[in-house]
Design a binder for this molecule. Structure first.
Ligand code: 6PG
Length: 623
């Protein structure tokens, strides 16, 4: 390992370099001793060196560094003020090469230089060095106000980064800062692409002094900066970008290194990547992270999936950066093998889609059925929160309803066309393929799709005049109960999907733990979720819980009343309606599927089973 202790004059490069070398038991070299005679003479006469003078000196240092790294390694004290100089020094060094910059205020540097015995202090020299120095993004930066021992200890502790992160988008940036706040030394990498040229530098420049983050635009240097075996988080858009990052990383990874995909990847892609990378000796984990930008920055809910032994390597990081539940336990738990972490995150998002749609429907019913304005709706939602039906989504809805821009409500100016990035429809696709009912979630996806047909809706709206009643007789209190019931059914559907997938794939996902890590940090955190974390410890599913059953039965009449009134008043409420239909069907021993079976057998000889026939299949001649 080669350490370069750098900084302007007076920052203590030699003092620290010597101490560090003693501790590491490797040789120390002072860069100044390597100047050619001509440079030494020039400096003696008080003439500053120019870039041309420095070039042979830096090349000579680099030549020596290449030799040192073949032996025991070394500590080199060298000002290395500019990137051009550092490039010459680093050229061909196989690494690890640790850059340490000693940084201090001008006053402190001046004070130290003035105190040097036998040295003439030139304020102009310090000024010119401070103007010239460009701190690199990738160095460890240590405050010279600390004692020499503290500085050396800091360098020793932080010489390699605990964890790496690729992708400085909104979520990546926030996660990196969250890890740095918790005291982890982080290396970050972002590609240099059009529009992203300064992303690493801007990120590093904005760090607080206590945040140890090293920024790279070179993948090999980024990997070299990490403790071995390396643990690397990737936070890029799901799909091709993930594979591109993996492919570009692979040449620099060694057996046992770990890539953790914290984006919203499809769980099947994660399963495949885990297998393919294992063949190359690389570990891979798919990890769901929920909570948006703020969550990632200050405490998300984390859903890691993959090899449980490998997970232990990053468990302390994930547990520290995650949100905490009511008992101060981390909202992070090992979910299961393969793509289970991303699967659970996908269903989280499915539940999220339906919860959002249910609240949107409630808003629409209050607006169009109960003729309430935005403030009244916000007031009403607030009473729901106060009565114990609170959730993060409900809280943000209250704020959204009250938000004004230039005196008018912002919500009223937003185009009623919902976007989506995929996780909701992936949940539905999975459910269709696996024969798992996902009614509320699929309906929520469809509701977004219908909303997206804005022009067509406008056209059809003027084509049709459908008769409706203006008298809406359900109350806001009944609406609250209706929403609660729809929400309970939606959670039942989501958790059932996890249970089924887990059973089928032997994932052994713990439903109660899943609910617990969703009680904070994530988008669907709520009072109900806290209750489900407890109920699911003993109950097979959400609707099987006695506590839930009591509330479902209590709210049943209200849901029917709200829905029938909505239908009579032509207010679309697709997900609330679907929740009722699901509840009616799932609690009904007899459904008309006997007729479906008879029809199938009639036209296609598809056969049917009989109520009194056991497992046997029958075919009849229906004509
Ligand atoms: C979260 C969110 C997050 C993201 C969704 C939005 O848990 O933090 O779910 O993952 O906001 O992917 O998805 P849509 O753009 O599809 O609504």
């Amino acid at each position: 390992m080669i350490f370069i202790v750098a900084g302007v004059s007076g920052s203590g490069k030699s003092t620290i370099g010597i101490k560090l070398a003693e501790k590491l038991k490797i040789p120390f070299y002072d860069g100044d001793d390597f100047h050619p005679e001509a440079n030494k003479a020039k400096m003696k006469s008080g003439t500053p060196l120019n870039d041309e003078d420095r070039k042979p000196w830096l090349e000579n240092l680099n030549k020596n560094m290449r030799e040192w790294e073949q032996k025991k390694g070394a500590v080199l004290a060298c000002s290395a003020l500019k990137e051009d100089y550092r490039e010459i020094l680093a050229n061909g060094i196989r690494g690890p090469l640790v850059w340490v910059f000693l940084k201090g205020t001008k006053e402190l540097l001046q004070e130290r230089m003035e105190a040097r015995k036998g040295h003439f202090f030139s304020p102009a020299l310090l000024d010119s060095q401070l103007q010239t120095i460009v701190y690199p993004t990738y160095s460890l930066t240590v405050d010279i106000a600390l004692s020499p021992d503290q500085i050396v200890n800091k360098i020793m502790e932080n010489s390699s980064s605990e964890i790496g992160l690729i992708g400085l988008g909104v979520m990546g940036r926030s996660l990196a800062l969250n890890m740095a706040d918790k005291g982890f030394v982080v290396s970050v990498y972002n590609r240099v692409a059009p529009g992203e040229e300064t992303i690493v530098k801007d990120f590093i420049d904005a760090l607080e002094p206590n945040q140890q983050v090293r920024g790279y635009t070179s993948l090999p240097d980024f990997v070299k900066s990490l403790k071995k075996p390396a643990n690397i988080i990737i936070m890029v858009s799901a799909g091709k970008a993930v594979d591109q990052v993996i492919e570009s990383l692979k040449p620099y990874l060694a057996s046992g290194d770990l890539i953790i995909d914290c984006g919203n990847s499809h769980f099947e892609d994660t399963g495949l990547r885990t297998k393919t990378l294992a063949e190359a000796g690389i570990e891979f984990m798919g990890t769901g992270v929920s909570g948006g930008e703020k969550g990632a920055r200050f405490g998300p809910s984390i859903m890691p999936g993959g090899n449980p032994t490998i997970y232990k390597r990053v468990q302390p990081v994930f547990e520290q950066i995650s949100a905490k539940d009511e008992d101060k336990n981390p909202c992070c738990t090992y979910i299961g093998p393969e793509g289970s972490g991303h699967f659970v995150k996908m269903i989280h998002n499915g539940i999220e889609y339906a919860e959002m749609q249910i609240l949107a429907e409630a808003y629409f019913v209050m607006k169009n059925g109960l003729a309430m304005n935005n403030e009244q709706i916000a007031d009403e939602f607030e009473t729901w929160i106060e009565s114990g039906q609170g959730s993060y989504l409900l809280e943000i809805t209250v704020s959204i309803l009250r938000k004004k821009e230039k005196g008018t409500y912002l919500l009223d100016a937003i185009l009623d066309k919902a976007g989506q990035k995929g996780t909701g429809s992936w949940s539905s696709e999975f459910a269709f393929r696996s024969g798992i009912p996902l009614n509320t979630i699929s309906e929520a996806v469809q509701a977004r799709q219908v909303s997206a047909l804005k022009n067509y809706r406008t056209k059809m709206g003027s084509l049709y005049s459908l008769s409706g009643e203006s008298n809406f007789s359900a109350t806001a209190k009944e609406l609250q109960q209706a929403v609660y019931l729809a929400t309970m059914v939606n959670h039942h559907i989501g958790f059932s999907a996890i249970k089924e997938a887990s059973k089928e794939r032997d994932w052994n996902v713990d439903l109660s733990e899943t609910a617990r890590i969703w009680t904070n940090g994530c988008i669907i955190r709520s009072e109900l979720m806290k209750k489900l974390a407890l109920e699911l410890q003993n109950s097979e599913g959400v609707l099987e819980s006695a506590w839930i059953k009591e509330r479902v039965e209590d709210s049943f009449e209200s849901l029917k009343k709200v829905l029938s009134n909505s239908i009579l008043s032509n207010i679309p409420t697709p997900v609330m309606n679907t929740s009722l239909q699901y509840l009616l069907s799932i609690t009904n021993e007899r459904l008309p599927a006997n007729l479906i079976q008879a029809q199938r057998d009639y036209f296609g000889a598809h056969t049917y089973q009989r109520l009194d026939g056991g497992d046997e299949f029958f075919h009849s001649n229906w004509e």
